[in-house]
Design a protein around this ligand. Structure first.
Ligand code: TGC
Ligand code: FAD
Length: 406
């Protein structure tokens, strides 16, 4: 949204013609390279054209044309864009973060689709797969022709994946998988599932084509959040896989947690996209909505809300950029990713709630993006490590004491 034209109040008074956007106020663009600005611009345009006009309907119906979108996102080059080789663009960390931010300005569900594909399923194969697995899966996942999902969480083990019950047993040259995974994004539409299971050698990852006998997926219904996203239960009932289905590069929780670092990095930028979109909608609404003969944006209480939210948004984005530059230098530590996810999602949720108040009754509808973002961010607060888990990661970094277990 551009706030550049003169704007006449209904009372006849004229407003200043130099209205700045929240990002503009922080001169964020000055911190970005030409390439990053270009990538951001291309994705912003895609989201304006291909996501924003339709996403309220997808959210309301709980149906996402995910397969179609995956091909378009593949053409855009965002699926696994931060990975090197195998048809991936090898973009920098900040460029990837900005892409997530633009996608989540559309809807967290779209960013989720991209996160799960690129940062979880593709990342697992890229980081821990054999050369054959990489050649076989990654190029088609980068184009969106093959969709992936990532099964770590179980019905009884969410925050504590170390307790997982899903089990893989060797049977001659084969593996047999049994167990249940829960809350799996893209589960029903995936062609391939990366499934983490307990083995005699530790926790290992398996690349499971979803047409394998014994594999099934059940949609999670009646969600009030992430409605423009497919969420599923995965059932593995004697799924028999060849020896080469196991990811050879890791046999501990370090495998899935390494992938989670990537996806959490995307979220710490992404959540700020939902916040920015809400903030822009609330400023636009405040300038147009007249009560007591003036636009509500003219009242000091409303301006305080705008100021408080913009400052938190900008601080969050500066922190995200610092984390992105550390990632590009290769020095980023997991606790710094937790710091970013902790801050961005908490602030984004607070911002969307405050923006909703500015929209009054209109704010509770899907005519505006704000409450949809707010509802989505409740999931974002919980997935990829709950807010409390990231609090404890930060606490451990500061005290040396892990407080996850009593
Ligand atoms: P701990 O004993 O500390 O560590 C086990 C092994 O993992 C290594 N490690 C890490 N490696 C990479 N990155 C990290 N962030 C790591 N944290 C730990 C560690 O060095 C060790 O390696 P090794 O080689 O010695 O075995 O593990 P713990 O069981 O005490 O874990 C603690 C805790 C709470 C931090 C961890 O369990 C955790 O992060 N829990 C949250 C679970 C979670 O985030 N689940 C997300 C599921 S996926 C999802 O939500 C997708 S949503 C997708 C979407 O739609 O966008
Ligand atoms: P629990 O772990 O049961 O936590 C419940 C509450 O207890 C939380 O507030 C938590 O912070 C708190 N708590 C737990 N332990 C402690 C402690 N030690 N100290 C203090 N508080 C604690 N998972 C996947 O593997 N793949 C996916 O693709 C995926 N997609 C998802 C999509 C959606 C829309 C959602 C909602 C979830 C998705 N998840 C996915 C699952 C997600 O990662 C888990 O929901 C999350 O890790 C939390 O697990 P839980 O829901 O079982 O909550």
């Amino acid at each position: 949204m551009q706030f550049s034209e003169d704007f006449i109040w209904t009372t006849g008074r004229k407003m200043a013609n130099k209205i700045q956007t929240p990002e503009g106020l922080f001169d964020i663009d000055g911190l970005l390279t030409d390439e990053e600005l270009e990538i951001r611009g291309v994705i912003r345009k895609f989201v304006e054209k291909r996501i924003k006009p339709f996403v309220a309907d997808w959210f309301e119906s709980g149906e996402l044309p995910a397969k179609e979108l995956a091909i378009e996102l593949g053409e855009l080059g965002v699926l696994g864009m931060h990975l090197e080789g195998y048809g991936c663009a090898g973009a920098g960390a900040v460029a990837y973060g900005l892409a997530c931010m633009e996608l989540e300005a559309g809807d967290s569900g779209i960013r989720s689709l991209v996160s799960v594909q690129g940062s979880l399923a593709m990342k697992a194969i890229h980081a821990f797969g054999s050369e054959e697995q990489k050649q076989h899966w990654l190029p088609r996942m980068a184009t969106g022709e093959v969709l992936g999902c990532f099964g770590l969480t179980e019905p009884d083990f969410g925050s504590n994946p170390a307790g997982m019950r899903t089990r893989a047993k060797r049977d001659g040259d084969e593996w047999v998988l049994d167990g249940t995974k829960m809350w799996i994004t893209n589960g029903n539409i995936a062609d391939v599932a990366v499934v983490w299971a307990r083995t005699d050698e530790g926790i290992r990852g398996f690349v499971v084509p979803t047409e394998t006998p014994g594999f099934s997926a059940n949609l999670v219904h009646r969600k009030l959040s992430l409605r423009a996203s497919v969420t599923s239960e995965l059932v593995l009932d004697g799924v028999r896989l060849p020896a080469e289905a196991v990811l050879p590069g890791v046999s501990s929780l370090r495998g899935p947690l390494t992938c989670l670092n990537e996806a959490r990095f995307g979220i710490l930028f992404g959540a700020l996209g939902a916040a920015r979109d809400s903030l822009e909608a609330a400023i636009k609404y405040g300038l147009e909505r007249v009560q007591f003969d003036n636009p509500i944006a003219a009242y000091q209480l409303t301006q305080k809300k705008y100021a408080d939210m913009t400052v938190e948004f900008g601080k969050g984005l500066l922190l995200a950029l610092q984390i992105g530059r550390l990632k590009e230098k290769g020095t980023l530590r997991p606790e710094q990713v937790s710091l970013g996810k902790f801050n961005s999602v908490r602030q984004a949720l607070a911002i969307t709630r405050e923006c909703r108040s500015i929209l009054g009754a209109n704010g509770i509808t899907l005519e505006y993006p704000v409450m949809r973002h707010m509802a989505n961010l409740e999931s974002v607060y919980t997935y990829e490590g709950t807010h409390e888990m990231h609090t404890l990661v930060i606490g451990e970094a500061l005290t040396g004491i892990p407080a996850y277990r009593i």
